[in-house]
Design a protein around this ligand. Sequence first.
Ligand code: F6P
Length: 364
Amino acid sequence: MSSDIKRIGVLTGGGDCPGLNAVIRAVVKPALREGLDVIGIEDGYLGLIENRMRKLDWLDVSNILTRGGTILGSSNKANPAEYAVPDGHGGWEMQDVRDDVVKLVCEKGIDVLFVIGGDGTMSGAAELIDRGLTCIGVPKTIDNDLWSTEITFGYDTAMATATEAIDKIHTTASSHHRVMVVEIMGRYAGWLTLGSGAAGGADVILIPEIPFTFESICETCRERGRYGKRFTIIAAGEGAKPAGGEMIVSQVDTTSPDPIRLGGVAKVVADEVQKRTGLESRSIVLGHVQRGGTPTPRDRALATSFGYHAFELLKAGDFNKLVVMKGNRLDAVPIKEVANKVRTVPLDHRLVRAARAVGTSFGE
Ligand code: F6P
């Protein structure tokens, strides 16, 4: 490693997910062993904006491998290009504080900044790189929607949680002969809904990539009734939308650079199915439970490999890249290449084809 590198910074940005601590550990422990100083930045970019950071030692990152969340804290609102400050009239105005952030990082003597996050965090990093900072990225998100990596850690744990929920819904749905619509996170990509819907044997899977019609969903419920199945499980991605319609927005957070929060599609679908078919229907929103808890062994291993690969990039002087998985091999691509892009489910994805083959409807 170049002797110019003496101190690194580490931050976790965006929505938290299981496996973040495993990455922190896999970056910080090797760095300490190489004699580097490590600065942990609190709450993602917010800590850089508000100058909140602390030195990390071995004990700080010991015994955190299995812990969900992030010991550093996170924020999915702070983007140095658009930082919300009170406008003095009860509202908010966005300020560009990128130059202040760059100045602070230089003052603190941080030579390389490790950014662990999703698309928002990488877009933020791309802008800091443009202003002269050196970054290394590690991809995280339960949504699995980050461009150019086939997998992100956190996805496996969230998929296990959502699948377990669908399994449990099965027994109550069949006992009461109901239609149960389970709303699953994932924003504009259907990976989490497709994965857990297929693993949990949902009868209907609704994802943002395949617009649905209410009539098609209702017909699936009726058809199941005709051959003796008196219940139907519908896995609905929060970004699923009717053909010709819009995604359902639950909240607009004006203090966030990415202000749209999706939510509510499960209730809309359940209400419409009940109205059109007369079948008793319920909706269940899994929500943030999907982001919580202990990472699965697969996510722990993946996060550890990603984190250590990021450290290897540092040693090789291969900067401003994001660790990715391609063809089941670890690789790295320029952070700028992934900024502001979303990886959605291809319509001919093998799991879509397999689900269709076993009789699952996509509601179209
Ligand atoms: O990106 C992760 C995610 O959990 C999405 O699946 C979801 O749409 C969003 O974050 C929820 O954001 P918040 O934590 O701000 O409610």
